[in-house]
Design a protein around this ligand. Sequence first.
Ligand code: ZN
Length: 195
Amino acid sequence: MNIHTKSPVDFRRILRDFVVTMRGAWRPAACVLLVDLERKRIEDVIDINFQRCPDCGSRLVNIALLGEIEQTSQGTPYQTQKTMALCTGNFEHAFNMRDFGYYIPPISQIMDEARDHSGQSNDQDFTLISSIHGVSTALLFTKLTGEKIHACGDTFYKLLSRDGDGFYETRFYWRADIIDRLLPVEAGQNLLENC
Ligand SMILES: [Zn+2]
């Protein structure tokens, strides 16, 4: 468990409270506890005993993919989002859950605005901004679908050379970093087009 905090947190007490709360209730076989360090309480329980892909038997994880921002003929911005269960063994095994049409600024845009606003480029701060945005987006789709959404994927242009060669690919932001080992942070392809 990696904890970066200056104030000591009594994890034994938190875990004892958790066990008491869960006594007699449904209990996942394996789970991750998301702990709110400020309030010293459990924020969420993530069952990591993920379902198996019916095609190949690998684990399935629920994700939300954010589309590019487009404009209507009247100039109103819009965007589509997809939630799906994605196979960790083969990205071609993707099972659509629901489509949405909210307007969620892409993480790349938030980062650009933060850079412009601050006039400096401390990449550590921007990494934090991007992960908070990713986590809150995953939580939003968890509420909308009633299913635990573990990551949100945004589309970035991966630059391969100075003359602008590259390709669009999906980058994931995970709710709990223990789960991110199931999939790479960068998908190597644009999942929104290929799934
Ligand atoms: Zn599969």
